[in-house]
Design a binder for this molecule. Structure first.
Ligand SMILES: [Zn+2]
Length: 108
């Protein structure tokens, strides 16, 4: 700093003091804004992570659904092609109660 800035008799003394205060306020304001940006950044990081977790969960659930629906298709095809244990008549067992252990055609 120039020597005149600290000299109370300088014609610029009060102007320099005012500018210093303004500079201090500006610095504080910048610090405050940087903090806000940092907080917002944390929120964005947190949200981005949550979105990523959500996508991973959705992908896992879609895989589960695909696997289960393939399994269900195989089961349905198997039930459709069942036959009576006595006369070998085809029985569509899709509507058979899950608790039943034996099925037979209408003739038996
Ligand atoms: Zn039968």
């Amino acid at each position: 700093m120039n020597a005149t800035t600290n000299d109370p008799t300088s014609p610029f003394f009060s102007e320099i003091a005012r500018l210093r205060q303004e500079l201090e306020r500006a610095n504080e304001s910048i610090d405050e804004k940087l903090e806000q940006i940092e907080e917002a950044g944390m929120d964005v990081i947190s949200l981005t992570r949550q979105v990523g977790d959500g996508h991973a969960r959705i992908a896992a659930l879609e895989d589960d659904i695909d696997r289960l629906s393939r399994k269900d298709d195989r089961r349905t095809r198997r039930l459709q092609k069942m036959r009576c244990g006595k006369c070998r008549t085809k029985i569509d067992a899709r509507s058979v109660d899950a608790d039943e252990r034996y099925v037979s055609c209408a003739k038996n």
